[in-house]
Every structure is written in C-alpha cells, then in structure tokens.
Design a protein around this ligand. Structure first.
Ligand SMILES: Cc1cc2nc3c(=O)[nH]c(=O)nc-3n(C[C@H](O)[C@H](O)[C@H](O)COP(=O)(O)OP(=O)(O)OC[C@H]3O[C@@H](n4cnc5c(N)ncnc54)[C@H](O)[C@@H]3O)c2cc1C
Ligand SMILES: *[C@@H]1O[C@H](CO)[C@@H](O)[C@H](O)[C@H]1NC(C)=O
Ligand SMILES: *[C@@H]1O[C@H](CO)[C@@H](O)[C@H](O)[C@H]1NC(C)=O
Length: 400
C-alpha cells in the first residue's frame, strides 16, 4: 500500500533516530517520517533499576553472538547475549543510563588520526547542547544547562557506594567529575534520569515534539528493504500488522537501525559483500564488502564479590516503589548500579583509563535471573548464585 512521500525517512527510533527526528522536524516545511519496528514504553520500563528485566520482553530483539572461541566460555554453546532494544527509544530504553562521554584523550586520538572534527574540544559544544545538568555543583565549561538529556546523580547514596569511593581514593584515584577535564577518577554515577525516571531517547527527544504536524512516528513498523535506483535511495517498504507499505523520500533515507540491524537492512537491500549476497540469493545493487563486518563491542567481566560486615537497609518491593516515586534510590539506580571508577590497568592513577569498574551495592533491589541475562551455563550460574545469595538479605529481596 502507498504510504506517501516524505522529505526524510528515518529508520529506527533509537539513540540516533530520535535525535534526528527531533532536529530535522524543527524545520517546519520538511515532512519527516520515523519508522520503528518496536512498540511503546510503559511505566515499568521507565524504572531505571529494572532495565535488565526488559531483556525478557518483546522490547528486546533477543540476539546472540555466534559461538566464540576466546570469550563467552561460561555461556551456553559459548554464545553471549547481545541485547538490542526493539521499542521506541531503541537500546536507550534497555540501557544502563550511565552518562559517560568517554575519555577526552580518545577523541583527541581520533582527531590525530585525521578525523579533525572529532577532537574533544570540537565535540564538547554538542555534548553541552544536548545536556541538562541537574546536579550541583558542576563546571559550566563542561556541562550544558539547556539541553534535553537530563543528567543527575541518585540520592541517597548507599553505604557500599561510599566504601567503594573511599577504597579507590585510598588507591590514589581522585573523586572528580568523570565527564569533566579528566576521566581518570572514582565517582558516583551520572545517570540520564529525570527526577526518578529513565530518560531514554524517546523521553529526551520525542516526547516534546510528538505533536509536530510535520513529524509522523509509526511504531510496530519493520522496514524490510531500502529501494535504490542508480545508487540513490528512493523509497522503503515496511510491514505493519501484516500489511506491506511503501513510503517514498524526496531528500534522504536515514538508516539508524542500530549496529546489528543497519547492516542487515543494507544486505537485504542488495548492498553488501558480493559473494554474501549471492549466497543469500539477493541481487547485488552495490558491492560493499565492509557491510556487516568489523563489529566491535566492549568486553565485560562480572563477578568480583566481597563480603563485609556492614548491613544495608532492606526494603520490600512496595517500599522501594514508594521511594522511587519520591525520586529516591535504590530503584533510581539503573541496573542497580551506583558507583564507577576509571583507571589505567598498569599505573592506576595516570595515563589513559583502560578499565571501568562498576559496583552494584546490596541489597540487590532488582530481581534478576543471571542465567538468562547472560546465557550462563548451569554450572557457572551455580557458582555465581552461591556467592551472590550467600548474603541472605538478597534472597528475600529477590523473590517478587
Ligand atoms: C543492555 C544495554 C546497556 C547499555 N548501557 C549503556 C549505558 O549505561 N550508557 C550508554 O551510554 N550506553 C549504554 N548502552 C548502549 C546504548 O544504548 C547504544 O549505544 C545506543 O542505544 C545505540 O544507538 P543506535 O541509535 O545506534 O541504536 P538503537 O538505540 O539500538 O536503535 C535502533 C532502533 O532501530 C530499530 N530498528 C531496527 N531494525 C529496524 C527495522 N528493520 N525497521 C524499523 N526499525 C528498526 C530498533 O528497534 C531500535 O529501536 C547499552 C546498551 C545495552 C543494550
Ligand atoms: C537531581 O537530584 C537531586 C538530588 O537527589 C534532586 O533534588 C533533584 O530533584 C534532581 N533533579 C532532577 C531534574 O532529576
Ligand atoms: C566490622 O569489622 C570491622 C573490622 O573488624 C570492625 O572494626 C567493625 O566494628 C565491624 N562493624 C560491625 C558493624 O560489626
């Protein structure tokens, strides 16, 4: 069915797609269509601490890696999970809401390699433009006050988070703003939350502009092909409730379907490695061997447990929800996380950070099924649970 003509068609309403839909539709005479395969968010997905549980819902594409030889060895079939948001807001709806820009030195390295517009100095105005800094005090040189992305610390801090801060300070790290001049530091986490709620890219960039007449947002609309003519993308087809629609673009089609689905969609559209397309029986529109290769992700190691004789206050789920509605921890801590440290694995207190440490303080306010979340083998999950639940406080808290 014909779905009409638009100036811009944006595929995917995740981090990138939501920002683009907001900014492009500022121009009143541009018609913008935003297509998203997933559906709506809800009050539950707004709770920062419950983000990991969303992986067990339709809001996740539910991808797994191929069997690995050098990592994922504790996982079933040596396959790691690869969660990706299938919902408005995309992976920002599922994510840990940690506001961390990265080390200024990484940006400067990219500039040095030739991407001169990517130095930290040149990128900083854009970070500031996007940010609404809600904590105090802050350094105006590094933080923005008028943007749409709310950034805040959570409150009150837990006993364990404080112990973590003090321990790292003893090791020589400074407690400073890790999004400021230097990343090497220990800190409480800066989260993208507004009052209590998780600020996914929908809440930051779409909630305020959904009523614009020149912006059409279509949910549960999965694009299955970009149609190209002489190297120019002309239209897309998408499926909604079993019906195939075709929408045409006057100016541009923007692919913001994420690190996995963007190359998938290119391949489905005939843009990819020639022999791979042939194998799949897809006509070659453009032989671009790099499509779908060189995926890089950050490795993670979980499970450094330690016991302490400090007892943490324990609340029921109901009490936690009441605290949440008043803007208080623990449910305002995305994934239950609270503190963060960046250091160099050799020198700790100097050089470029190459390790990021995160703590989840007890009592774990979030019910979680570690075996599912990480696709752990039974044996590995037994070891994990043995340590994790050896603190009896956590067990009652985890039954919901
Ligand atoms: C579990 C988890 C925790 C994370 N924690 C953090 C964190 O704490 N801090 C941080 O900065 N980053 C974090 N990230 C990373 C961050 O969320 C992503 O880098 C970011 O969301 C990527 O943005 P994107 O626009 O490329 O893709 P996405 O945000 O994934 O958006 C892609 C969108 O395209 C849609 N789409 C895909 N295919 C189609 C199609 N064929 N048709 C229509 N729509 C389609 C998807 O449904 C999705 O909505 C985390 C990610 C995950 C998964
Ligand atoms: C930021 O956190 C402080 C301290 O908890 C709180 O008083 C304030 O309301 C928060 N602001 C926003 C916008 O979330
Ligand atoms: C915890 O252990 C330390 C070191 O042994 C001790 O000084 C402290 O009093 C103990 N605290 C509690 C609450 O038992």
């Amino acid at each position: 069915m014909n779905y009409g003509k638009y100036d811009f068609i944006i595929v995917g309403a995740g981090a990138a797609g939501a920002v683009l839909a907001n900014r492009l539709s500022e121009v009143a005479n541009w018609e913008v269509l935003l297509l998203e395969a997933g559906g709506e968010t809800n009050d539950f997905s707004d709770i920062p601490a419950y983000n990991n549980l969303l992986q067990r819902t339709d809001m996740n594409w539910d991808y797994y890696s191929t069997p690995q030889t050098t990592c994922c060895q504790g996982m079933v079939n040596h396959q790691c999970v690869c969660p990706r948001g299938k919902v408005i807001g995309g992976s920002t709806t599922l994510n840990g809401a940690i506001y961390s820009r990265g080390s200024p030195s990484d940006y400067d390295d990219w500039a040095y390699m030739g991407n001169t517009e990517w130095s930290y100095e040149k990128i900083l105005p854009y970070f500031k433009k996007s940010e609404y800094v809600a904590f105090k005090p802050y350094d105006k040189y590094y933080h923005g006050e008028n943007g749409l992305v709310y950034v805040n610390y959570t409150y009150p801090e837990s006993v364990i988070a404080n112990a973590f801060l003090r321990a790292n300070i003893e090791k020589g790290l400074k407690e400073i703003d890790y999004n400021g001049r230097e990343q090497l530091s220990v800190s409480r986490i800066q989260f993208t939350i507004k009052y209590s709620k998780h600020q996914n890219s929908e809440h930051s960039f779409l909630d305020g502009v959904k009523q614009r007449k020149n912006l059409k947002i279509e949910l549960n609309a999965a694009v299955n092909k970009i149609w190209l003519k002489k190297d120019a993308a002309e239209s897309v087809t998408f499926i909604k409730k079993g019906i195939i629609y075709k929408a045409e673009a006057n100016k541009e089609i923007i692919l913001s379907a994420g690190a996995i689905n963007t190359p998938q969609l290119l391949i489905l559209s005939g843009v990819g490695h020639k022999s791979e397309l042939a194998q799949l029986g897809i006509e070659v529109i453009r032989d671009l061997p790099a499509v779908g290769r060189n995926l890089q992700d950050h490795p993670m190691f979980l499970n450094v447990f330690f016991r302490t004789n400090v007892s943490a206050p324990q609340h029921t789920v109901k009490e936690n929800l009441e605290l949440y509605l008043r803007g208080k921890t623990p449910l305002t801590n995305a994934a239950g996380l609270e503190s963060i440290a960046f250091f160099n694995s050799k020198t700790i207190t100097s050089g470029k950070p190459d390790i990021e440490l995160l703590t989840i303080p007890p009592p774990l306010s979030v019910p979680s099924d570690i075996r599912f979340s990480f696709n752990l083998q039974e044996e590995a999950s037994k070891i994990y649970n043995k340590y994790r639940f050896s603190n009896s406080n956590d067990i009652s808290e985890t039954k919901i």
